[in-house]
Design a protein around this ligand. Sequence first.
Ligand code: 5RP
Length: 230
Amino acid sequence: MKERNANASSAEKQAAGIAAADLVKDGMVIGLGTGSTTAFAIAEVGRRVREEGLDVLAVVTSYQAEMLAIEAGVPLTSLAEHPVLDLAIDGADQVDANLNVIKGGGAAHTREKVVAHSAKRFVVVADDSKMSEKLEHFVPVEVLPYARDLVKQQVIELGGTPQIRLASRKDGPVISDNGNVIMDVEFGTIENPAELSQKLSMCVGVVEHGIFLNTDEVYVGRKDGSVEII
Ligand code: 5RP
């Protein structure tokens, strides 16, 4: 199973996060994703709120994002109050040449997908190690604990190799903010992300999977501090 790239420097992530935060304009209601790259975008939105009086409201995708937004001084709202968002900014575990994305390395992809689909514009922030011609990263799948074995069987029938994500070797499973377990499923190279997305969505007991097909733009942070918009 492919590990997440731990070598990407935070400078690349910071460049991407700060550049995407510049998309946020007065009066917007935005979605804030989860992870170390989005954390830079949250910090920058907060800086603009505090120093420039930026007028924004944000919906968060996880407890992690909520804590970061509160620390940074970003005013929060909810999807119940603002069901349509102007913009959502989020990270990625891998992005292919057609801007299909795999997310869920932080076990937050269910709420992230709800927020991404509530937004008029969905922008992904990533360091360049995340870019790949085709998707070949494992697919995080949030699973109802009661249906764990049933889902395991179904993803094996789809050609996947499932593994319940553990908090550590000694600890129990990772539990999502929604109270579910995460099954990381290796499919090798994913030739048809839309087809696999549909098949995973049809598995009984799957709450949500980490294939995102609705990305509008990707802000890619490079080693030299530049940002390419794809
Ligand atoms: C959380 C995610 C993250 O956005 C993804 O794992 C990327 O994280 P990072 O920016 O720390 O590399 O999908 O569920």
